[in-house]
Design a protein around this ligand. Structure first.
Ligand SMILES: [Ca+2]
Length: 301
């Protein structure tokens, strides 16, 4: 079910009934979903929360900040390069990628240049982020498997859309997997380098299935513009995971929530923030739409 009017309807009404926050001058952690600034139920429920966290952290950031674990070797991602023909057991099943390294729970990713400074998308889509991103909290070791691609039903060529968090949970469970945690999605997307976009610090509107503007039918319904798993080979993260930004918006579970609360990640094909930390948290566990899909995660062997 939908919790909000369609994006087109909201546009016509000039409303956002789901408390869409205004774009911010800096795109710090949790600055909200990568969605249209005035039309979609994009939320930034986490924005206020995270801003508060960052504010609380700010006085402690500096010379006296705790020593972070080393992220040596130039923050190289740990790719699972095991040879499938060898006798060495792989840490992950076929179609999944091993993600291992030191995850930063709180990042500061400052935008130095915006795509637009006026009009509808003013200060919304970041063209260039400062390098390096800053980690504001102790890093945490993560090791898990994640599907390389969005979930494609057997025999189909396109990833499954109209999926709810509940359906994603059922499907992943039937495969011996689980819905990814938001932190896992963030890390698979950013790597230890804390890239704002899975492909780097500079926005590339052609890398992923995103930033498309002709996205509505005549009746105002959102067009189905999803692409197949091999449609955007440059839309790849440091760990080799595809389509973490754009294409279908993907269900995850917010860390530490009980009962579990969902967050949608990566946005879809419309002009969106599209950075790895953006999260849409306005929808419930049963919401589905033409733009909603998922991928699964699993503990590594
Ligand atoms: Ca996606």
């Amino acid at each position: 079910m939908r919790c909000c009017p369609t994006p087109r309807l909201l546009l016509l009404l000039g409303l956002s009934s789901c408390a869409l926050a205004q774009p911010q001058q800096t795109a710090s952690l949790g600055d909200g979903a990568g969605l249209l600034p005035t039309s979609h139920p994009s939320l930034n429920a986490s924005s206020t929360h995270m801003s508060g966290l960052l504010a609380a952290l700010a006085p402690t950031v500096g010379r006296n900040r705790m020593q972070l674990p080393s992220v040596s070797d130039a923050l190289r991602p740990r790719l699972d390069t095991s040879d499938p023909s060898s006798d060495q057991p792989s840490a992950c099943p076929a179609g999944m990628v091993l993600v291992e390294g030191m995850y930063c729970p709180e990042v500061d990713q400052k935008c130095t240049r915006w795509l637009e400074t006026g009009g509808r998308y003013a200060y919304y889509r970041c063209a260039e982020y400062a390098r390096p991103a800053r980690c504001l909290a102790p890093r945490k070791h993560l090791r898990f498997c994640i599907d390389r691609d969005e979930f494609v039903p057997p025999g189909d060529s396109l990833p499954a859309s109209h999926q709810s968090w509940t359906q994603a949970t059922q499907t992943c469970g039937s495969l011996g997997k689980r819905v990814c945690m938001e932190s896992e999605y963030n890390f698979a997307c950013e790597g230890e380098e804390m890239r704002p976009y899975p492909y780097g610090f500079t926005r590339d509107s052609d890398a992923c299935n995103a930033d498309r503007t002709d996205i509505y039918r005549a009746d105002g319904q959102l067009l189905d513009l999803r692409d197949g798993p091999s449609g955007h080979p440059r839309c790849v993260s440091p760990f080799g995971v595809h389509d973490l930004a754009g294409n279908l918006e993907e269900w995850t579970t917010i860390d530490g929530t009980s009962p579990p609360r969902p967050a949608m990640k990566g946005a879809y094909w419309q002009p969106s923030r599209n950075h790895c930390r953006a999260a849409q948290t306005a929808h419930d566990t049963h919401y589905s739409g033409v733009e909603t899909g998922f991928r699964c995660c699993k503990d590594a062997d």
